[in-house]
Design a protein around this ligand. Structure first.
Ligand SMILES: [Zn+2]
Ligand SMILES: [Zn+2]
Length: 291
């Protein structure tokens, strides 16, 4: 059996990737925290907004957006750099404080997205099932289980399996800290508003970055490069670059493609915290320049 057919049978056995929306009550129960946080946004009208809570929300948005891109995505999904086991755990903890499910769940689902990108079996493709399904609909469609067969490399770490088993624990802990620090505005503005903003910012890469923007590389999918999404997602908007060469630690391939995640990883490399940052080879850069 070839790796591709193995993936096909694995993927097709997942109910979330065949057929249409199933609307199963159990799936809606799985998505309850997602719905709850959106409803909790209404609490802002009751708690009020303070300057401190706004700054807290902005800080937590940026910090966790970085955790998503540098942790869930560039490290756990693509192994585009290396680090110590301790910092690996810190990355997982930070990423999961964004409440985007377990670290092994996230990386495994993302690996399927790359292998099936915009084809049947893609977890979230605007080409296959429309913009809103790619943005949020798939969350309600039986995607709760971790695809262990996709992530054997990191599943061997017991501390990551433990975190993955209790996916919301870091986020709940963070919410509690926000409340203890700044009271109700800290909880509703600092935590809930920034969490929901961070979700939709991440989801833009699944939905809009496969629809809106330019295509430098003729990839088999519809991935795009988009300056605005790259700004808001700290570099993930160079999505066509990324689909062409996903092993690269930098998504902005050239100096003018702003990639904040990459800049911070370079800083951490200077400090000796991460190493072996992979960059696109010269042939890929030359192809991108049209040379
Ligand atoms: Zn993509
Ligand atoms: Zn990726």
């Amino acid at each position: 059996m070839t790796p591709q057919t193995a993936l096909d049978s694995d993927t097709l056995s997942q109910p979330g990737n065949v057929g249409q929306w199933a609307w199963r009550p159990a799936d809606w129960l799985d998505a309850a925290p997602f719905v709850f946080c959106h409803v909790a946004l209404l609490g802002v009208f009751w708690s009020g907004v303070t300057v401190e809570s706004l700054l807290l929300g902005l800080g937590l948005f940026l910090l966790r957006a970085w955790g998503v891109t540098a942790g869930y995505h560039r490290y756990f999904s693509h192994r585009s750099y290396q680090t110590s086991r301790v910092f690996q755990f810190i990355l997982a903890l930070l990423a999961q404080s964004s409440a985007q499910k377990g670290v092994l769940w996230w990386a495994a689902h993302h690996r399927v997205h790359h292998r099936r990108s915009d084809m049947p079996g893609d977890v979230h493709s605007p080409v296959q099932r429309g913009f809103w399904y790619a943005h949020v609909g798939w969350i309600f469609d039986g995607t709760e289980a971790t695809r262990w067969e996709q992530i054997p490399d990191f599943a061997r770490y017991p501390e990551l399996r433990l975190l993955n088993r209790y996916p919301l624990t870091p986020a709940v802990g963070l919410a509690l800290l926000c409340f203890l620090w700044m009271g109700w505005p800290g909880l509703f503005v600092g935590f809930f508003a920034s969490t929901v903003a961070c979700w939709h910012n991440t989801f833009l890469v699944n939905s809009l970055a496969h629809v809106w923007g330019s295509r430098r590389f003729a990839t088999a999918d519809q991935s795009r490069n988009n300056f605005w999404i790259a700004l808001s997602t700290l570099g993930e908007g160079w999505h066509n670059n990324h689909h062409h060469y996903p092993g690269s630690c930098r998504n902005g391939f050239y100096w003018w493609e702003i990639d904040v995640t990459w800049y911070l990883l370079l800083l951490l490399e200077r400090c000796g915290i991460v190493w072996n940052l992979r960059e696109p080879p010269a042939r890929v850069l030359a192809l991108g320049r049209g040379a």
